[in-house]
Design a protein around this ligand. Structure first.
Ligand code: HEC
Ligand code: HEC
Length: 290
């Protein structure tokens, strides 16, 4: 918080407390005790009595309590409070408690190789729960994915399907980078190279247009997607010859990827979940295909 804003909060808070106390104090006595105020409503009159003492002192005590609270806990702008309590600190403490309780449940599988673990039923029930909590919002509850989010149950892997490759994907995340080509290729070039990509995928195409796209493919695309279009795991460049499309397989969807580029990102999970959970999740993802 900036110093100015911090001061605003401090003065605002203390000022209001002071104002409350002042109003209470100034109203503790009344002008005509025992008489009515003169207000009449439907024959009901109001006595001009002071606030009951217990109420007055109750209010005063709560103001004193508020002051004590604001000194002990953080509340006054940037002043951290004398206790040293923070939300993050409390969260970390609770997480440490939970880790001490549940950590060993996950740690028991630490030394089991991923592919062996993928056959272990109890561990895979755990893997399924972890997957539902941390992965299903993007990859779907069954892991079948959707547009832009890969299907994890088929045997097509952008970043590699071996146990260790999957483990790396989950632990460290992946950042794909497919550049946009509109400025180099223009609409005409995009159309031609799209036709060539469709030909690579074994679709019926207009030969003449696909042939025109071929030289562009060799010049601009082969470095990542490979001369024959089968992709490159190290770059996450997908295989263009199969019938699996991350962003859709019709002509317009493919042209749109080539025109505008794509930067699919798989987040890194090891720091968030710890090694043991990442290990179990890797086995779970393996179990989805095998
Ligand atoms: C915020 C969305 C999001 C979440 C949450 C997420 N992923 Fe992903 N994941 C992606 C995207 C997007 C990709 C594709 C990245 C790309 O375009 O290359 C991906 C890719 C992958 C891949 C690589 C697929 C391949 O073909 O190589 C695996 C494996 C994977 N995710 C597993 C997981 C697991 C396990 C979890 C849970 C711990 C998870 N993901 C959580 C978005 C997500
Ligand atoms: C720098 C490497 C690189 C170059 C060069 C490159 N691509 Fe890509 N391409 C990728 C990556 C990485 C992805 C995956 C993007 C993602 O996951 O978000 C991709 C995705 C695609 C897709 C979508 C595939 C799907 O499954 O939906 C198509 C189509 C494609 N590229 C075609 C081309 C064409 C045509 C060219 C040349 C004009 C080209 N790429 C050049 C890296 C590259």
């Amino acid at each position: 918080m900036s110093t100015g804003y911090s001061l605003f909060v401090i003065f605002g808070t203390l000022g209001s407390l002071l104002a409350f106390a002042l109003i209470l104090w100034l109203n503790r006595n009344v002008n005509n005790p025992g008489k009515t105020t003169g207000h009449v409503y439907d024959g009901i009159e109001e006595y001009d009595n002071p606030m009951p003492a217990w109420w007055f002192w109750g209010f005063m005590l709560s103001i004193v309590f508020a002051l004590g609270y604001l000194i002990y806990y953080p509340g006054l702008g940037n002043f951290p409070g004398l206790s040293g309590w923070t939300q993050i600190g409390q969260l970390e403490e609770q997480q440490a408690e939970a880790e001490a309780l549940y950590g060993p449940v996950f740690a028991q599988y630490r030394d089991m190789p991923i592919d062996e673990l993928a056959e272990h039923q109890a561990a895979m029930r755990m893997g399924r729960r972890l997957f539902l909590n941390h992965c299903s919002q993007c990859h779907g509850t069954a892991g079948t994915g959707s547009r832009g989010y890969p299907n994890l149950t088929d045997d097509h892997w952008q970043w590699g399907g071996e146990a260790e490759q999957i483990r790396t994907t989950i632990s460290e995340g992946r950042q794909a980078s497919m550049p946009p080509w509109l400025s180099q290729l223009r609409e005409d070039g995009i159309m031609q190279v799209t036709e060539y990509v469709l030909q690579l995928a074994g679709r019926e195409v207009e030969e003449r247009i696909a042939n025109a796209g071929r030289s562009q493919y060799e010049q601009y695309c082969a470095a990542c997607h490979g001369a024959s279009g089968t992709g490159q795991v190290a770059l996450g460049a997908p295989d263009l010859t199969d019938d699996v499309w991350l962003y859709g397989g019709n002509r317009e969807a493919i042209a749109s990827v080539i025109r505008d580029g794509r930067e699919g990102e798989m987040p890194a999970f090891e720091r968030r979940l710890g090694e043991d959970r990442a290990h179990i999740l890797s086995a779970y993802v393996r179990s989805l295909t095998h």
